[in-house]
Design a protein around this ligand. Sequence first.
Ligand SMILES: Cc1cc2nc3c(=O)[nH]c(=O)nc-3n(C[C@H](O)[C@H](O)[C@H](O)COP(=O)(O)OP(=O)(O)OC[C@H]3O[C@@H](n4cnc5c(N)ncnc54)[C@H](O)[C@@H]3O)c2cc1C
Ligand SMILES: NC(=O)c1ccc[n+]([C@@H]2O[C@H](COP(=O)([O-])OP(=O)(O)OC[C@H]3O[C@@H](n4cnc5c(N)ncnc54)[C@H](O)[C@@H]3O)[C@@H](O)[C@H]2O)c1
Ligand code: SF4
Ligand code: FES
Length: 811
Amino acid sequence: MNKKKLVLIGNGMAGINTIEHILKLGNERYDITIFGSEPHPNYNRILLSSVLAGNAEMDDIILNNWNWYEENNIRLYAGHTVNRIDTENKLVYTDTGVCEPYDELIIATGSVPFILPLPGADREGVIAFRDIKDCETMMEAAKRYKKAVVIGGGLLGLEAAKGLLNLNMEVAVVHISDYLMERQLDSTGSEMLRAELERQGMKFLLSRQTEEILGDDRVTGLRFKDGTSVEADLVVMAVGIRPSVQLARASDIEVNRGIVVNDYMETNRPHVYAVGECAEHQGIVYGLVAPLYEQGAVLAKRLCGVETAPYKGSVISTKLKVSGVDVFSAGEFMDGPDTRSIRIHDEWNGVYKKVLVRNNRIIGGVLFGDTNESSRLFQWIRNRAEMTPKIHVSLLGLAAEGNGSGGADTVADLDNEEIICGCNGVSKGDIVSAIQEKGLTTVDEVKGCTGASRSCGGCKPLVTQLLGHALGDEFDSAGIQKEGICPCTPLTHDEVVAAIREKQLTHMREVMHVLEWNTEEGCSKCRPALNYYLGMVWPEAYADDRNSRFVNEKVHANIQKDGTYSVVPRMYGGVTSPEELRRIADVAEKYQVRMIKVTGGQRLDLLGVSKENLPQIWEELGMPSGYAYAKAVRTVKTCVGETFCRFGTQDSIQMGIDMEKKYERLNTPAKVKMAVSACPRNCAESGIKDLGIVGVDGGWEIFVGGNGGVNLRKGDLLCKVKTREEVLDITGAYLQYYRETGQYGERTSEWVERMGLEHIKRVVVDDKEGRKLLLQRIDIALAQLVDPWEEIVRDAGIRETMFEEIKASSL
Ligand SMILES: Cc1cc2nc3c(=O)[nH]c(=O)nc-3n(C[C@H](O)[C@H](O)[C@H](O)COP(=O)(O)OP(=O)(O)OC[C@H]3O[C@@H](n4cnc5c(N)ncnc54)[C@H](O)[C@@H]3O)c2cc1C
Ligand SMILES: NC(=O)c1ccc[n+]([C@@H]2O[C@H](COP(=O)([O-])OP(=O)(O)OC[C@H]3O[C@@H](n4cnc5c(N)ncnc54)[C@H](O)[C@@H]3O)[C@@H](O)[C@H]2O)c1
Ligand code: SF4
Ligand code: FES
């Protein structure tokens, strides 16, 4: 059957959720192409608040990595914005010159933050909070500035403010109303929230309307309509969002506030659908994922020809994601002439519960301080349940139990239809049957299997309780805490490596089979990890599985946001020569390389190379790969050292070259950056490298576990040695020990903290016999390595396979 072309505009949460549903339905109909303005794979926007607050890393919030697109034969244009849709001829056009035909088109362009049209709103330091870039800007600003002001005391503003507090900024929230979260809370709940947030260090400027943003180039403060002002060197606007509809409007698709859709998410144009925050259904535009996912499920079925009930709108609930503050709100919460309420206000415990009733039906509620009952309350609200003496007693009973009620009894009491994960619409029954039928034992497995806890993560405690309830005596609470590699297995990284050694497992399939993976092929999380572990344990016998590597490692170059690649040849110790520079210049001219950039690792990066030209460029450069794309030893940065510098006490350049020549291409759990400085002035920044060497009088100091990236960490002094040979011995043993005990993806900065510096010292420095064995093992590993660029240039077979793969992949 000839496949139809399905095009999705918007690589965000709602659009990709729809595609996931289509894939689950068994996608035989469509060739899928996705356009996304952001240069990232699909990520969990909700958890940006957690990243900002320091409770998650950027890597943790990727929902579907680059490999997922490849594995599902999806062509992704990341960093491409669609700027025109021709609905007559069924074509979409991008700002990058791509034109793509479609048979069916989904618009999922989300929202844009509303920026108050104030004088000075374009000053540096005035931002919104919507995407990874904003989050990074805030994290950077927090390193240099002290005073942050957030405009808007809604969900987003308070989560941003809490994140900035955690980043050690002084934070004031400017709010237009006289109480916070007035769209979700009544005045009592809001007062309690304000008091708690003030206790945590937040300041509030309520009932203020900003008139002007002050400053020259960069913001210095805000002036309000009442004449008062506040100082600020960072301003975050969180005053609501607007559906992103310009594209649809310009393409003659009906737009009101959002893109108007019917109960099947169809727009007024044939074969064009809209889903997510950009869509308007029965006059409502939603701004939370739960309704957007409900829309996606209906649309996916519609597109796959599976019968579906129409989408009839959603009842929504919200939870604030600020640690130490439990707030839940759903349905109506403001008293009216025709409403009655049941209220529990326990000032001693800091708990407030309010349930609103109209015509004896439960129509809404607020929980503050104890949100354990939120699922049950939400269920009552969704069903417009009748207020009964039983529910009344149950509500009062909850008050008597006070803060922290819940636990096993709470989940045991829930009906099977009750929704545990509001974001993904997963019920207690769904989770319990998945646990029982598929033998799940961890939250991660439940997440992989049912989707519960995959979005805001607020339901994780309930999922954990359900596991305990469903497994009874078999429930291993310690086991629940351990992090499995991925949802395919409950085993941890360490357990898998131990089993590979003990059971002599030598192939990926064998590992999955013997260790009872619950998927046949594994997934994009476990396959690269297993490929690394098998290669590390069996360096001579194991044949690297290229297909299990991430796309950059497969093509030995870094993909850039515009779909081109970057080429970084190795320059040992950061030293080059006129001949090398000439070759680089010739190649750059011949292949019209867009930019040559000096990298932080002291090499030259050729940017904007088209994939077809990669092998010719490698050949004509005649230099080894710099491995700038791999989980491997990257660079050794050096200072000029004693040869040229007055302060130099050692030959840092030669030491750097020796180390780089010895360890180049070595696969490691995560990238490894090194540096050698010839005196403690540390011009090569040895103190923030995975391995940093510093020359001192009569020897060298070896620093480990440094990191100059997002999680800045100063390296620890491992030991001091006298000779070049000792440096190579200790660094070799250190690298091999990291290779053997590091978890795939774990940088040395995390590994050193996990293992403990003293322990590493004992193994690598004090235990001479052990060190010898580590060095023997690293030598075996190093002996297997060949330069991938040279191999591809030399071997037409490999080149062809790689090219087929590159062609098949749009990434
Ligand atoms: C910090 C933060 C915390 C949040 N917390 C919660 C929460 O706790 N619970 C909750 O339910 N919701 C929360 N939300 C809201 C939730 O993230 C959104 O409702 C959801 O992401 C919307 O999904 P979407 O796919 O409609 O839009 P988006 O996720 O915004 O995706 C749209 C994508 O389309 C791209 N795009 C737009 N125009 C084009 C174009 N012309 N061409 C190509 N690409 C285009 C955009 O760049 C974007 O990547 C939060 C939002 C933020 C910012
Ligand atoms: N935990 C969650 O569920 C969560 C977290 C973050 C974001 N979100 C979603 O992201 C979207 C954006 O969130 P949001 O908080 O920006 O939107 P919002 O519309 O919910 O809140 C904006 C707030 O800004 C206030 N405001 C408006 N104009 C103002 C002004 N001139 N000065 C001061 N305050 C002003 C409003 O009174 C309102 O309380 C929403 O859809 C929200 O639901 C949800
Ligand atoms: S680290 Fe010391 S020796 Fe090296 S360049 Fe700087 S000052 Fe000179
Ligand atoms: S409630 Fe948000 S992920 Fe489950």
